[in-house]
Design a protein around this ligand. Sequence first.
Ligand code: ADP
Ligand code: MG
Length: 249
Amino acid sequence: MESREKVVEIRNLEKSFGDLDVLKGVDLDLFREENLVVLGKSGSGKSVLIKIMVGLLKQDSGSMKVFGQEVAKLGKKELNELRLKIGFSFQNSALYDSMTVKENMEFPLVRNEKNLSRKEINMRIEELLDSVGLPQTINQMPSELSGGQKKRIGVARTLILKPEIMLYDEPTAGLDPITCRDINSLILEVRERYKTSSIVITHDLACAKQTGDRMAVLLDGQFKAVGTFEEVFPEATDERIKSFYDYNF
Ligand code: ADP
Ligand code: MG
């Protein structure tokens, strides 16, 4: 494992907001083409961590390297270039209600890849809608789609710039169990098809088990357990990790 290429390398990362110490020395690696699940209770700092990864927030100390580059030291132009390689779908990030599915998909593409022809744009949109299993929705409005369909289109839109890293922030929150399973399968299909490296943030242990090569549990501002599902959960001695497992299974 250690010899595999690291696409993200986090060392002793600290972040506070006033008196609130959120990240208190976080260490974590993401390997190429790995699906890494990040678990932790609400407010534990999971979203803050990925915001630091894409330069939306800055750490107080420690290191966050993505593709070997220290994110906090990047200039505006380099940061934009880095962001184009990272697809992030934030919690509650929604489709634009007044645009069709096609227009929603087109938006990031037209803005960031100005040299694409109309034909190339259409081809890329069609390919991605196909890969999320929703080619028939191309001219529909978001209001005509189910919650699960909206999530799938959201994933397709995030993939449109061909990112190397995908960050899924609670992709199955608020979905019923069957739709959750579909989204989990989609996360695995995306990796197969586009060779992405991914961080999946979730509360859902079934999702974690289905999608993750490794789990990382954020507790008290640090990753207290990192490993395969079998390594982290059934054998857990930390009461808080154990109760998480017992509650879900
Ligand atoms: P979660 O693990 O649920 O994603 P977050 O990473 O969103 O949690 O937030 C962790 C903690 O940091 C929370 O207590 C939140 O209120 C606080 N926090 C997050 N962003 C900010 C901010 N920009 N300013 C102040 N506090 C913040
Ligand atoms: Mg969050």
